[in-house]
Design a binder for this molecule. Structure first.
Ligand SMILES: [Zn+2]
Length: 253
Protein backbone atom coordinates (compact mmCIF):
# COMPACT_ATOMS: atom_id res chain seq x y z
CA UNK A 1 0.00 0.00 0.00
CA UNK A 2 2.89 2.37 0.79
CA UNK A 3 4.16 1.90 -2.77
CA UNK A 4 0.78 2.82 -4.22
CA UNK A 5 0.63 6.01 -2.12
CA UNK A 6 4.21 6.83 -3.09
CA UNK A 7 3.43 6.57 -6.82
CA UNK A 8 0.14 8.44 -6.37
CA UNK A 9 2.12 11.13 -4.50
CA UNK A 10 4.60 11.45 -7.37
CA UNK A 11 1.78 12.10 -9.85
CA UNK A 12 -0.01 14.54 -7.54
CA UNK A 13 3.36 16.28 -7.00
CA UNK A 14 3.74 16.51 -10.76
CA UNK A 15 0.35 18.27 -10.90
CA UNK A 16 1.35 20.60 -8.04
CA UNK A 17 4.40 21.58 -10.12
CA UNK A 18 2.09 22.74 -12.88
CA UNK A 19 0.05 24.76 -10.36
CA UNK A 20 3.23 26.25 -8.80
CA UNK A 21 4.47 27.35 -12.22
CA UNK A 22 1.24 28.57 -13.77
CA UNK A 23 -0.81 30.13 -10.96
CA UNK A 24 1.54 33.12 -10.37
CA UNK A 25 1.64 33.66 -14.15
CA UNK A 26 -2.16 33.72 -14.40
CA UNK A 27 -2.12 30.75 -16.78
CA UNK A 28 -4.80 28.06 -16.81
CA UNK A 29 -3.78 24.97 -14.84
CA UNK A 30 -5.81 22.66 -17.09
CA UNK A 31 -4.74 23.56 -20.61
CA UNK A 32 -2.59 23.79 -22.70
CA UNK A 33 -0.30 20.79 -22.25
CA UNK A 34 3.00 21.40 -20.45
CA UNK A 35 5.74 22.97 -22.54
CA UNK A 36 9.38 23.90 -22.04
CA UNK A 37 9.52 27.50 -20.77
CA UNK A 38 12.67 28.13 -22.86
CA UNK A 39 12.00 26.67 -26.32
CA UNK A 40 8.20 26.32 -26.03
CA UNK A 41 8.20 22.71 -27.31
CA UNK A 42 5.38 20.56 -25.93
CA UNK A 43 6.53 17.98 -23.39
CA UNK A 44 5.58 14.48 -24.59
CA UNK A 45 3.89 12.13 -22.12
CA UNK A 46 6.96 9.86 -21.88
CA UNK A 47 9.07 12.87 -20.86
CA UNK A 48 6.54 13.79 -18.21
CA UNK A 49 6.81 10.73 -15.94
CA UNK A 50 7.57 11.93 -12.39
CA UNK A 51 11.20 11.51 -11.25
CA UNK A 52 12.07 8.95 -13.96
CA UNK A 53 11.93 11.41 -16.87
CA UNK A 54 13.92 13.94 -14.86
CA UNK A 55 16.62 11.31 -14.26
CA UNK A 56 16.70 10.10 -17.89
CA UNK A 57 16.88 13.64 -19.28
CA UNK A 58 19.37 14.58 -16.54
CA UNK A 59 17.32 17.63 -15.63
CA UNK A 60 17.46 19.11 -19.14
CA UNK A 61 14.89 19.78 -21.88
CA UNK A 62 15.02 17.05 -24.56
CA UNK A 63 15.03 19.65 -27.35
CA UNK A 64 16.94 22.78 -26.28
CA UNK A 65 18.92 21.19 -23.39
CA UNK A 66 18.13 24.09 -21.08
CA UNK A 67 18.08 23.21 -17.41
CA UNK A 68 14.80 22.11 -15.81
CA UNK A 69 14.43 23.42 -12.26
CA UNK A 70 15.24 20.76 -9.62
CA UNK A 71 12.05 22.02 -7.96
CA UNK A 72 10.12 19.57 -10.20
CA UNK A 73 11.94 16.62 -8.68
CA UNK A 74 11.85 18.02 -5.13
CA UNK A 75 8.09 18.70 -5.14
CA UNK A 76 7.31 15.24 -6.56
CA UNK A 77 9.41 13.49 -3.91
CA UNK A 78 8.17 15.62 -1.00
CA UNK A 79 4.55 14.98 -2.02
CA UNK A 80 5.16 11.24 -2.33
CA UNK A 81 6.89 11.00 1.07
CA UNK A 82 4.15 13.14 2.64
CA UNK A 83 1.35 10.87 1.36
CA UNK A 84 3.11 7.72 2.56
CA UNK A 85 3.70 9.31 6.00
CA UNK A 86 0.04 10.39 6.27
CA UNK A 87 -1.03 6.87 5.35
CA UNK A 88 1.15 5.47 8.15
CA UNK A 89 -0.13 8.00 10.69
CA UNK A 90 -3.86 7.85 9.92
CA UNK A 91 -4.51 4.79 7.76
CA UNK A 92 -7.06 5.19 4.97
CA UNK A 93 -9.91 7.33 6.29
CA UNK A 94 -11.40 10.81 6.26
CA UNK A 95 -8.68 12.15 8.57
CA UNK A 96 -6.09 11.10 6.03
CA UNK A 97 -8.00 12.83 3.22
CA UNK A 98 -8.43 15.97 5.35
CA UNK A 99 -4.74 16.23 6.24
CA UNK A 100 -3.58 15.23 2.74
CA UNK A 101 -5.46 18.20 1.26
CA UNK A 102 -3.85 20.38 3.95
CA UNK A 103 -0.34 19.13 3.13
CA UNK A 104 -0.86 19.63 -0.63
CA UNK A 105 -1.89 23.25 0.05
CA UNK A 106 1.19 23.73 2.29
CA UNK A 107 3.54 22.43 -0.42
CA UNK A 108 1.98 24.56 -3.17
CA UNK A 109 1.99 27.80 -1.15
CA UNK A 110 5.58 27.24 0.07
CA UNK A 111 7.09 26.70 -3.36
CA UNK A 112 5.16 29.60 -4.93
CA UNK A 113 6.50 31.79 -2.10
CA UNK A 114 10.08 30.53 -2.61
CA UNK A 115 9.96 31.34 -6.35
CA UNK A 116 7.86 34.53 -6.32
CA UNK A 117 8.22 35.91 -2.78
CA UNK A 118 4.46 36.08 -2.41
CA UNK A 119 1.51 34.13 -1.09
CA UNK A 120 -1.36 34.30 -3.56
CA UNK A 121 -4.87 35.17 -2.38
CA UNK A 122 -6.29 32.87 -5.04
CA UNK A 123 -4.85 29.87 -3.25
CA UNK A 124 -4.81 30.89 0.43
CA UNK A 125 -8.44 32.15 0.52
CA UNK A 126 -9.96 29.07 -1.19
CA UNK A 127 -7.68 27.02 1.11
CA UNK A 128 -9.32 28.59 4.18
CA UNK A 129 -12.78 27.97 2.68
CA UNK A 130 -11.93 24.34 1.84
CA UNK A 131 -10.59 23.79 5.37
CA UNK A 132 -13.76 25.15 7.00
CA UNK A 133 -16.00 23.25 4.59
CA UNK A 134 -14.17 19.93 5.09
CA UNK A 135 -14.22 20.41 8.87
CA UNK A 136 -18.00 20.91 8.74
CA UNK A 137 -18.47 17.80 6.60
CA UNK A 138 -15.89 15.38 8.03
CA UNK A 139 -15.20 16.58 11.57
CA UNK A 140 -18.20 18.71 12.62
CA UNK A 141 -17.21 18.45 16.32
CA UNK A 142 -14.04 20.40 15.51
CA UNK A 143 -15.65 23.42 13.84
CA UNK A 144 -15.30 25.70 16.89
CA UNK A 145 -11.61 24.68 17.26
CA UNK A 146 -11.18 25.36 13.57
CA UNK A 147 -12.61 28.88 13.72
CA UNK A 148 -10.67 29.68 16.93
CA UNK A 149 -7.51 28.29 15.29
CA UNK A 150 -8.05 30.58 12.31
CA UNK A 151 -8.46 33.66 14.52
CA UNK A 152 -5.55 32.63 16.71
CA UNK A 153 -3.16 31.85 13.80
CA UNK A 154 -3.97 35.06 11.96
CA UNK A 155 -3.93 37.06 15.21
CA UNK A 156 -0.49 35.88 16.32
CA UNK A 157 1.07 36.74 12.95
CA UNK A 158 -0.72 40.10 12.94
CA UNK A 159 0.83 40.88 16.32
CA UNK A 160 4.28 39.78 15.04
CA UNK A 161 3.73 42.07 12.07
CA UNK A 162 3.12 45.10 14.32
CA UNK A 163 5.91 44.20 16.77
CA UNK A 164 8.32 43.83 13.82
CA UNK A 165 7.21 47.19 12.48
CA UNK A 166 7.74 48.86 15.86
CA UNK A 167 11.14 47.27 16.52
CA UNK A 168 12.71 47.29 13.07
CA UNK A 169 10.65 49.98 11.34
CA UNK A 170 10.06 47.73 8.37
CA UNK A 171 7.54 45.15 7.27
CA UNK A 172 9.14 41.75 7.73
CA UNK A 173 5.92 39.82 7.23
CA UNK A 174 3.33 40.24 4.50
CA UNK A 175 -0.46 40.11 4.58
CA UNK A 176 -0.09 36.73 2.84
CA UNK A 177 1.77 35.28 5.82
CA UNK A 178 -1.06 36.37 8.14
CA UNK A 179 -3.68 34.68 5.93
CA UNK A 180 -1.51 31.58 5.60
CA UNK A 181 -1.26 31.29 9.41
CA UNK A 182 -5.07 31.62 9.58
CA UNK A 183 -5.34 28.75 7.07
CA UNK A 184 -3.02 26.60 9.20
CA UNK A 185 -5.26 27.43 12.20
CA UNK A 186 -8.36 26.19 10.36
CA UNK A 187 -6.78 22.77 9.77
CA UNK A 188 -4.90 22.33 13.06
CA UNK A 189 -6.99 24.05 15.75
CA UNK A 190 -5.62 26.38 18.46
CA UNK A 191 -3.07 24.31 20.39
CA UNK A 192 -1.36 22.63 17.44
CA UNK A 193 -1.27 25.95 15.57
CA UNK A 194 0.44 27.73 18.47
CA UNK A 195 3.09 24.98 18.56
CA UNK A 196 3.40 25.27 14.76
CA UNK A 197 3.97 29.05 14.93
CA UNK A 198 6.52 28.66 17.72
CA UNK A 199 8.41 26.03 15.70
CA UNK A 200 8.32 28.06 12.48
CA UNK A 201 9.80 31.13 14.17
CA UNK A 202 12.45 28.88 15.75
CA UNK A 203 13.34 27.28 12.38
CA UNK A 204 13.36 30.70 10.73
CA UNK A 205 15.73 32.16 13.34
CA UNK A 206 18.11 29.19 13.11
CA UNK A 207 18.22 29.27 9.29
CA UNK A 208 18.60 33.07 9.25
CA UNK A 209 21.56 32.90 11.68
CA UNK A 210 23.06 30.09 9.59
CA UNK A 211 22.70 32.03 6.30
CA UNK A 212 24.01 35.27 7.82
CA UNK A 213 27.04 33.47 9.30
CA UNK A 214 27.76 32.04 5.83
CA UNK A 215 27.29 35.55 4.41
CA UNK A 216 24.54 34.18 2.12
CA UNK A 217 22.07 36.63 3.63
CA UNK A 218 22.10 39.98 5.42
CA UNK A 219 19.96 41.23 8.28
CA UNK A 220 17.71 43.06 5.83
CA UNK A 221 17.53 40.22 3.26
CA UNK A 222 14.06 39.07 2.36
CA UNK A 223 13.55 35.39 3.13
CA UNK A 224 10.17 33.84 2.24
CA UNK A 225 8.40 32.87 5.47
CA UNK A 226 5.80 30.45 4.06
CA UNK A 227 8.15 27.42 3.92
CA UNK A 228 8.89 27.90 7.63
CA UNK A 229 5.20 28.18 8.49
CA UNK A 230 4.55 25.02 6.46
CA UNK A 231 7.41 23.10 8.10
CA UNK A 232 6.28 24.20 11.57
CA UNK A 233 2.74 23.09 10.71
CA UNK A 234 3.90 19.67 9.50
CA UNK A 235 6.09 18.99 12.53
CA UNK A 236 3.38 20.19 14.90
CA UNK A 237 0.73 18.11 13.11
CA UNK A 238 2.82 14.92 13.46
CA UNK A 239 4.56 15.47 16.80
CA UNK A 240 2.83 18.45 18.46
CA UNK A 241 1.39 16.55 21.40
CA UNK A 242 4.61 14.64 22.03
CA UNK A 243 6.69 17.84 21.88
CA UNK A 244 4.36 19.58 24.28
CA UNK A 245 4.37 16.79 26.88
CA UNK A 246 8.16 16.43 26.55
CA UNK A 247 8.52 20.17 27.14
CA UNK A 248 6.12 20.17 30.09
CA UNK A 249 7.85 17.16 31.66
CA UNK A 250 11.34 18.62 31.31
CA UNK A 251 10.93 22.30 31.95
CA UNK A 252 7.93 22.67 34.22
CA UNK A 253 8.04 20.61 37.38
ZN1 LIG B 1 13.34 23.38 -24.27
Amino acid sequence: MSVIFFILGLFIGSFLNVVIYRLPRNESIISPRSHCPHCGKKIRFFDNIPVISYMILQGKCRYCKSKISPRYLIVELITAVALVSLYHIFGINMEMLFFSIFVLILITISFIDIENMKILNKIVLPGIAIGLFMTLIFRPDNIVQSILGMICGGGVLLSWFYIGKLLFRKESLGAGDIKFAALIGVFLGVKTTLIALFLSSLFFTLIAIFLISLKKAKLDSKIPFAPFLATGALVSMCFGNKLLSWYLNHFIV
